[in-house]
Design a protein around this ligand. Structure first.
Ligand SMILES: [Zn+2]
Ligand SMILES: [Zn+2]
Length: 234
């Protein structure tokens, strides 16, 4: 077995314990594994932003200023309950995500499976919905990275959203994007989501606007609460 990231052979520790109780095969070598860091405790309750280097005046009741602003905006109050990010958005993670997403290395999604499965066991949800890509982007990339994360971890996902706006707009400012009416359309059966507790899955939470647009469409279709899980808080 070789490291999925750097291809170094992974030396498996041979012990009686491992022989008797084979654990999950490690996906990364020790040196890469040390760079994949969990986000830890001290982060915003609503969006998982690490609060370690945030000045106290920008934190209110364990929430970052961004989240407070979102909740104060009447357009977005109670749209997205919470985002849970798994890992620190450090150089290593950025590089892994770039390779996975932009260079199409599907296998790399396996690096995150263990932690994703572990977190999903602690979250109450009834349906896992990946953030969809536009048809052009999907064709270009070959797979949807949000769906791939669930797939390789053996977790079922439901496709009830469709992207009606291309991703090219991501270069625009936050304000421009906020003003845009819709990014997604509901394409499932409304009975399927009615009062359901839905968990969205995406790779990175950056401004939170994409997830909120998705959550809004789901709520308008009748969903109960909408939470999100992402690899990292950008
Ligand atoms: Zn490695
Ligand atoms: Zn926050």
């Amino acid at each position: 077995m070789n490291c999925l990231y750097c291809d170094t052979a992974i030396a498996l520790e041979m012990s009686w314990r491992n022989l008797l109780f084979p654990t999950v095969q490690p996906k990364l070598c020790e040196s890469c594994d040390r760079k994949l860091l969990l986000i830890g405790e001290a982060c915003c309750e609503s969006c998982s932003r690490p609060l370690k280097n945030v000045a106290p005046k920008y934190i209110k009741e364990n929430k970052c200023l961004d989240c407070i602003k979102w909740e104060q905006d009447p357009n977005w109050t109670n749209t997205l309950e919470k985002n849970i990010s798994l890992f620190q958005y450090n150089d290593f993670l950025k590089e892994v995500v770039a390779r996975f997403k932009f260079r199409g290395d599907y296998e790399l999604a396996k690096i995150f499976s263990g932690e994703l499965q572990r977190q999903l066991r602690t979250i109450e949800y009834e349906m896992l919905v990946p953030i969809p890509l536009s048809k052009e982007r999907l064709l270009e990339r070959g797979f949807n990275q949000s769906e791939a994360l669930g797939q390789v971890a053996g977790i079922e996902t439901d496709h009830v959203l469709e992207r009606i706006h291309s991703e090219r707009q991501s270069k625009k400012t936050r304000k421009q994007r906020l003003s845009q009416q819709q990014i997604f359309r509901f394409c499932g059966d409304k009975k399927q989501v009615f009062e359901k507790n839905i968990l969205l899955i995406d790779d990175i939470y950056t401004t939170g606007i994409t997830l909120r647009h998705a959550a809004k469409v789901l709520k308008e279709a009748g969903a109960g609460q909408v939470h999100a899980i992402t690899l990292a808080r950008g």
